[in-house]
Design a binder for this molecule. Sequence first.
Ligand SMILES: Nc1nc2c(ncn2[C@@H]2O[C@H](COP(=O)(O)OP(=O)(O)O)[C@@H](O)[C@H]2O)c(=O)[nH]1
Ligand SMILES: [Mg+2]
Length: 263
Amino acid sequence: MINSKKVAVIMPAYNAEKTLEKTYNEIYQNFVDEIILVDDFSSDETKDIAKRLNITTIVHERNKGYGGNQKSCYRAALKAGADIVIMLHPDYQYTPKLIPAIASMMAFGEYDAVIASRMLGNSALKGGMPLYKYISNRFLTEFENIVIGEKLSEYHTGFRGFTRKILETLPLEDCSDDFIFDNQMLALILYNGFKIGEISCPTKYFAEASSINFSRSCKYGLEVLLVSLKYRLAKMGFQMALFNKQGRVLNLEKELNYYNKCR
Ligand SMILES: Nc1nc2c(ncn2[C@@H]2O[C@H](COP(=O)(O)OP(=O)(O)O)[C@@H](O)[C@H]2O)c(=O)[nH]1
Ligand SMILES: [Mg+2]
């Protein structure tokens, strides 16, 4: 707990057997009330390692995608009563040591969401981010900032935190089950007037930390442009799904398939 707020760390996992334990070991647990992993039908030992580490583990019976995985993570965290939820990739790309700092930025009421940015400071390329990903990130970020009218240093990090209010009120059920989920969620947060804070975060690139290939990155990039344009059109009064149409919030009635339950 931080400031009497219950903190959950959620990990959307897919073939994370080589990195999960290292990531887990760096989570400073004094402030963390729940650690939840959702295994998106991995072909490796992810779920068994998670169980051995005594992490609450949920398994998908088929591959639902990265966005679909996060929806299960947030459902589980809400059901567990979390007030603050930190999303951390289990691929050891981001340092879990920042969890208390990120959670504090929300626990004292200052921010509704926080992103751990690889673009604040000068560490992304030093950490091994491929040049094409760096340039795309900078371009997409500038584009989105201009179209949306915001000033974030990036929209694409896999280390973020959200308050319960965001998870309960935004139409996350209507967001994509694919990678664009992350960008839709940030756009919805801004559209609905919530405040996003940023913290700088080092990043590490190595084989197991980065599997998204060039063509999937291109698809993601095009979808980011679309999300930004739809945001602007919705603000101008056009009816846009996700933004100004009645959307579906996360359905907490849906069954979660627990493989290991800690509490
Ligand atoms: N559910 C699901 N998650 C995936 C898939 N591919 C990658 N991921 C997860 O998505 C996250 C981001 O992917 P990653 O390859 O690390 O991207 P990068 O670090 O930005 O290059 C990681 O936590 C992966 O575990 C997939 O096919 N399905
Ligand atoms: Mg990664």
